[in-house]
Ligand binder design. Structure first.
Ligand code: ASP
Length: 339
């Protein structure tokens, strides 16, 4: 039996081609995908494709679009063996993180991929990315999918989606997963890192479509003014703030800063401490410069990425009854997003 894979084209560079007349990049017709990539005909995979009516540059991504993608997956879940989502690389890590929280008890692969150069260009990285992403989405062992989580495949590497960060706008290798091992490597052979892969769920897929976008990011820097901090902490309707701190979760010990944070926490705003570093984790209390955070009720984000923290906060805020429950969920490893 051939594996069935559904391609969902949301937009981004990968699906663009140059208009012969204007020279501008425009999305190509996904009904004619194999005209662009004849290699797809050689695959022993039953491929189907759906495209957003209006493909978007992923910098225009919104939580409402994540809901749209999650619903497309839900609708087709029993019909196919795996999904490949074509997506711009700019916000791919955010989308992969959001989908990981929205798709509970996943037992099939959801692989996001894209490219730095459009498929139609000679040096495109899109063909390899797409072809191997399909191979991974179709891969089975003893009749069961090898991968059963939300991943990003880019430039010969498969990553856990909610561990990734786009760190390079120039190189074909655009993503990094600094705090979690690569899940598979594509060389002459496709080598899976079996012990790092999530175990498939034996429960029924549960799709969560409620997200609360009332969050903010406060990135600290030497010299940040009280004005700026106050403006973010007291912004209307904001329910949770990612405090992007130095190193292992440190920031200024100035009295006004700690007091401002405490006041926000006392008013019910969740403050979530995430490091500005690419690798490593927040350890509140390791240094004196983070000890006060622990005391006033700042929640440590461990080794979560900012991208996954954004998605997790939106998910947790919409799916918990009160701040106590939200805190419990934030501290728990829900989808392999923290170590
Ligand atoms: N700006 C594009 C996007 O994220 C870049 C890309 O496709 O990689 O949609």
């Amino acid at each position: 039996m051939k594996s069935k894979v559904l391609l969902i084209y949301t937009g981004g560079t990968i699906g663009m081609m140059q208009d012969a007349k204007t020279g501008q990049l425009k999305p190509f017709d996904f009904k004619h995908l194999t005209e662009q990539i004849p290699e797809l005909n050689k695959f022993d995979v039953a491929l189907s494709a759906i495209s957003f009516e209006k493909p978007i540059d992923s910098s225009d991504m919104q939580p409402t679009v994540w809901v749209e993608i999650a619903r497309m997956i839900e609708k087709n879940y029993s019909k196919v063996d795996g999904f490949v989502i074509l997506h711009g690389s700019d916000t791919m890590s955010f989308t992969a993180s959001a989908l990981s929280f929205m798709l509970e008890s996943l037992s099939k692969p959801v692989i996001l991929t894209g490219s730095q150069l459009p498929i139609g260009t000679i040096r495109t990285d899109g063909k390899e990315n797409l072809i191997t992403a399909i191979e991974i989405a179709a891969a089975k062992k003893s009749g069961k999918p090898i991968v059963s989580e939300v991943c990003i495949y880019f430039e010969y590497q498969l990553y856990r989606g909610n561990r990734t960060h786009k760190y390079n706008a120039e190189h074909f290798q655009a993503f990094q997963s600094a705090n979690y091992p690569v899940l598979a490597e594509a060389g002459v052979h496709l080598k899976y890192n079996i012990s790092a892969l999530a175990k498939p769920s034996n429960k029924k897929l549960k799709v969560h479509t409620s997200l609360n976008p009332n969050i903010a990011i406060l990135k600290v820097f030497p010299g940040i003014t009280e004005n700026v901090v106050q403006a973010i902490l007291s912004s209307k309707n904001t329910k949770a703030i990612i405090l992007e701190t130095f190193g292992s979760g440190n920031a200024s010990t100035q009295k006004w800063f700690i007091e401002a944070l405490k006041k926000a926490i006392d008013k019910g705003v969740i403050i979530y401490n995430v490091t500005q570093c690419n690798a490593g984790a927040v350890e509140q209390g390791k240094y004196a410069t983070s000890a006060a955070f622990k005391k006033i009720g700042v929640i440590g984000g461990s080794d979560i990425t900012t991208e996954a923290a954004v998605a997790k906060l939106m998910f947790v805020l919409a799916n918990s009854k009160n701040n106590k429950e939200a805190e419990k969920l934030l501290k728990s490893n829900l989808r392999g997003e923290i170590s």
